[in-house]
Design a protein around this ligand. Structure first.
Ligand SMILES: [Zn+2]
Length: 177
């Protein structure tokens, strides 16, 4: 069982900034490191991938997809969080609109977020050409997901739920045998 953990954004263009000052890239790099550590010496091959620190999304994904496709995982998850104001709460999982297996996996991860995060369920969202994250979802040949477990403008959510967010991904990976 092979899982690609893809950290959203990159070291130079780090994505949304949370209320506590932590960027998407820094936060999700920490999650990716801990996931790889958690599954070391198991039958799960969990590997993290980072995009090159360049501006073009198209080129970032092209480089990333080349590496991930070489690894040929059973599933590839891109880690993000939502920006948004301090009142926003909720998680969502994006998948490639044409992929039935993507939908199945997205529901699985969304259910786990539901059970572990004190959040509103914004549900699973199909992405089609031109939509948010479409290139990531479509240029990797394996089933792909984009995870948005929370809104970063919500003060305290990261501190209170870091373990729950990490455990959501661990639980999701463990559903694969
Ligand atoms: Zn993002």
């Amino acid at each position: 069982m092979k899982v690609a953990i893809c950290v959203g954004h990159n070291a130079k263009y780090q994505g949304a900034i949370s209320e506590s000052g932590v960027t998407e890239y820094i936060f999700n790099s920490a999650i990716a490191n801990l996931l790889c550590y958690h599954f070391r010496d198991t039958d799960y091959k969990v590997k993290q991938f980072h995009r090159p620190p360049i501006k073009s999304y198209r080129k970032q994904i092209k480089a990333l997809a080349k590496e991930v496709n070489k690894f040929n995982p059973d599933v590839a998850i891109e880690l993000h969080f939502n920006a948004g104001n301090s009142k926003a709460r909720g998680h969502e999982v994006l998948y490639l609109g044409s992929s039935e297996i993507g939908l199945k996996y997205a529901k699985k991860l969304d259910d786990i977020f539901n059970s572990l995060l004190p959040n509103k369920d914004r549900g699973v969202k199909p992405i089609y050409k031109g939509g948010r994250g479409y290139r990531f979802l479509s240029e990797i040949y394996s089933p792909t997901l984009i995870a948005e477990p929370f809104f970063a403008g919500n003060l305290g959510f990261i501190n209170e739920n870091f373990g729950n967010i990490l455990n959501s991904y661990i639980k999701f990976i463990q559903t694969f045998k």
